[in-house]
Each structure stands twice: as structure tokens, then as C-alpha cells.
Design a protein around this ligand. Structure first.
Ligand SMILES: Nc1ncnc2c1ncn2[C@@H]1O[C@H](COP(=O)(O)OP(=O)(O)OP(=O)(O)O)[C@@H](O)[C@H]1O
Ligand SMILES: O=C(O)C1=C[C@@H](O)[C@@H](O)[C@H](O)C1
Ligand SMILES: [Mg+2]
Length: 173
């Protein structure tokens, strides 16, 4: 069983992806972690030393590799908002699940974590404006959308698992 989780920073892609993979007894990969392994540096360091453009190149190359690998993939918050990634996601047959969260929930979940360069750089208003600009791009990539505000990660993973089980066998591969 395969699935790709997309959504803004703090929507729970990493947290839910791990639980979903465990529930399905399959592997979990996190695109941000794969990028860090590949670069041998943290995302903050990549942004600071080589800039966001270089990060996006690495992200695209790493996404192409990850799409060849079975299991659950948690993407980075910006992944489907880059055109060449959106095209790669559309071309793959793997179901794409969009996790959403309200602006306030998003801020609460990311505000005390310094590992996201865009959260460190942007004030609250600019972060929410970025989230709003990205909405249509997530929506265009998504096969299923789940609002996460009132759900635990475990409940979200269970909802996704139930939905995957209802999909045609060709999409479950
Ligand atoms: N449904 C939820 N309920 C409560 N807290 C949550 C939920 N989902 C995620 N969190 C918490 O929000 C924080 C961010 O979650 P996580 O790192 O999984 O987000 P992400 O979507 O992977 O973000 P990024 O795009 O930066 O990789 C974590 O502290 C996590 O425990
Ligand atoms: O939303 C974004 O653009 C990002 C989200 C994180 O997952 C990382 O991929 C990085 O911090 C950029
Ligand atoms: Mg993550």
C-alpha cells in the first residue's frame, strides 16, 4: 500500500506518515530527512549556505527517487507547490493525501520549533500569507483532504488507512 502526504508546515505529514506506515506494516520515508541525508547538512544550513533554490533542486531530485520506492512518503511543506514536483506527483499513480490545519493550529504547532527556515524567517502574517498562496496548489495535487485540527495523529492515520482500503486495487499497489 502506498500514499503520499502533502500539506503546509505543521499539518502533521511526518507524524501521521510514521503512524500510517506502522498501521499498514510498510516503510515510511520523509522527504526532508532524505534531503538531509543526501546533503549531509540540516535544512536550515542548506537554506543559509546555498539558498532555497538549491534546496528545491535537491528536493526535486530526492522526490524522483522517493517516488520509485514503495511505502508511505511524507513530503516537505513546499514540495507540491513547485511545478516540476506537482507534475511528478500527478504522473505517479500513488494516492496523494492533503492534511490541512487552521492558521492558528498551524502557528501553535510550528512556533517553538526552529528547524524550519521559512518559519524562522517570516513573521506570523507572512507565514499565513504563504499558506494561503499555497492552498490551491495543494488542492490541485490532492486525491483526499483531511482537516486535522480536531483529530489526533492516530485518528488521521486510521481515516487514511480506511480510505486507502476502499480504493481500486490498481491504486493500492
Ligand atoms: N493532529 C495533530 N494533533 C496535534 N498535534 C499534531 C498533529 N499533527 C501534528 N502535530 C504536531 O505538530 C508538530 C508538527 O508536526 P509534523 O512535524 O508532523 O508536521 P509536518 O507536516 O511534517 O511539517 P513540515 O512540513 O515542516 O515537515 C509536531 O509537534 C506534531 O507532534
Ligand atoms: O514549506 C516549506 O517550504 C518547507 C517545509 C519543510 O518541510 C521543509 O521542506 C523546508 O523547511 C521548506
Ligand atoms: Mg515533516
Amino acid at each position: 500500500m502506498r500514499a503520499i502526504l502533502i500539506g503546509f508546515m505543521g499539518s502533521g505529514k511526518t507524524t501521521v506518515g510514521r503512524l500510517l506506515a506502522a498501521g499498514l506494516a510498510t516503510k515510511h520515508a520523509d522527504l526532508d530527512d532524505l534531503i538531509v541525508q543526501r546533503a549531509g547538512r540540516s535544512i536550515t544550513t542548506i537554506f543559509a549556505e546555498q539558498g532555497e533554490g538549491y534546496f528545491r533542486q535537491l528536493e526535486h531530485q530526492t522526490l524522483l527517487q522517493a517516488l520509485e520506492t514503495p511505502g508511505i512518503l511524507s513530503t516537505g511543506g513546499g514540495t507540491p507547490t513547485i511545478a516540476m514536483n506537482a507534475i511528478s506527483l500527478k504522473q505517479s499513480t500513488v494516492p496523494v493525501i492533503w492534511l490541512t490545519a487552521s492558521d492558528q493550529t498551524t502557528i501553535n504547532r510550528v512556533k517553538n520549533d526552529t528547524s524550519r527556515p521559512l518559519v524562522n524567517e517570516l513573521d506570523t502574517g507572512a507565514l499565513i500569507a504563504l499558506k494561503q498562496r499555497r492552498q490551491a496548489l495543494y488542492a490541485a495535487a490532492a486525491d483526499l483532504t483531511i482537516a486535522t485540527d480536531q483529530l489526533t495523529p492516530q485518528q488521521i492515520a486510521r481515516q487514511i488507512q480506511q480510505w486507502l482500503n476502499q480504493q481500486p486495487v490498481a491504486l493500492q499497489a
